[in-house]
Write a protein that binds this ligand. Sequence first.
Ligand code: UD1
Length: 430
Amino acid sequence: MDRIRIRGGNKLNGVINISGAKNAALPLMIIPMLTADTVTLHNVPRLADVRQLQRILQNHGVDIMTAGKRAGAAENAGETLKISAKSIVDTTAPYELVSKMRASFWVLGPLMGRMGEAKVSLPGGCAIGTRPVDLLLLAMEKLGAEMVIEQGYVIAKAKKGLKGGHIFFPKVSVGATHVALMAAVLAHGDTTIENAATEPEITDVAECLVKMGAKIEGIGTRNLNITGVTSLHGAEHTVVADRIETGTYAMLAGMAGGDVTLRGARADTLADVILTLQRAGLEITTNNEGMRVKRNGSGILPVDVTTDPYPGFPTDLQAQFMGLMTMAKGKSHIRETIFENRFMHVQELARFGADIRVNGNMAEVHGVQKLTGADVMATDLRASVSLVIAALAAEGETMLHRVYHLDRGFEDLEGKLSAVGADVTRISGA
Ligand code: UD1
């Protein structure tokens, strides 16, 4: 198993290229299942989760070809995938595959939309709370699917195809909104989705669906109106920049100090995060290239944060923000409202000497003047990078174990950080 060694103390200066968003790329790779034509996706990040989803889709008979570099493409561009689901050869998504990545459960939507049947294993995924799928199933039921759960599988059928319906989500869910959209675009008749998630990744997927011929109104709002069509066609789409990666590098730069440009960043998808980081004393400006983040000399100020669905502060940046607050000049409060049990990084941050007290879904972070390097363990995708944030400012050496969590969601983290002056090395092997 690979490890990452970090020696703290270096400032970060230079340019970091922001990759395509993992959370957009995954559903964008799934929606080509809705058509027999080829969908071409540009700027797909090189991530373990993307590779895993490729395997899962291939199991359904989806062909995925990685195209060579395009003429004129930016040097930082991700991969181009040509995805073609000429025929769906298998409507079962088995436990061995779905349990490795939660988002693969979302194939339920297109399988039902195109084939009217699906057998999908209940998911596993990150250990950040129970993460049920009741809302995803509610959406399918409202679209006329008949479902049973047997031996850990959801078995769904709609003999005459799905039909449009009214879906009201009592709670905002990214996954449920994706699945509802994917299923409704090919249903007979009209569908309304009330209290939909508005995350930029949903917008990206909806825009690609429209390019494929889907009829969707209200994109980017809490209410989506879909008019079902009989078929979709091929399209070409570029994955939106990763706002979570962007926010993470902004915090890494804020913690280490220095001046970095986050090339390709979409500041418009990070308004609340930018405001929060500015309050914490970071200088953030936007320009044609992306976003520039500076912290020179001044310390980090404590700021209270509550996670919320978009456009609120993202839960996927909560651990990183806590990492930043460990060295703030005073006390901050971080409240997690999306997932239970998403404070697993607290005990690892404590190994650097951080002072964090947890009470239910609230963490009180008492800023300390000094962190010291330690052996620490990545526990989940976002938590793992909060440890890198602490390590960059810590005195001495940190060894980060179980970095496969990082590889699921951060493309070439050590390469990107080394290029701006951090002392970060991957150590391959057992
Ligand atoms: C997605 C993101 C993940 C992010 C999360 C919240 C991807 C691949 N993953 O996950 O990185 O942290 O959004 O922004 O895009 N819930 C239910 N019932 C359901 C579904 C969800 O109660 O059927 C609850 C969850 O337990 C959680 C909340 O709703 O408390 C939000 O979860 P959801 O938005 O669905 O997260 P994911 O789509 O799994």
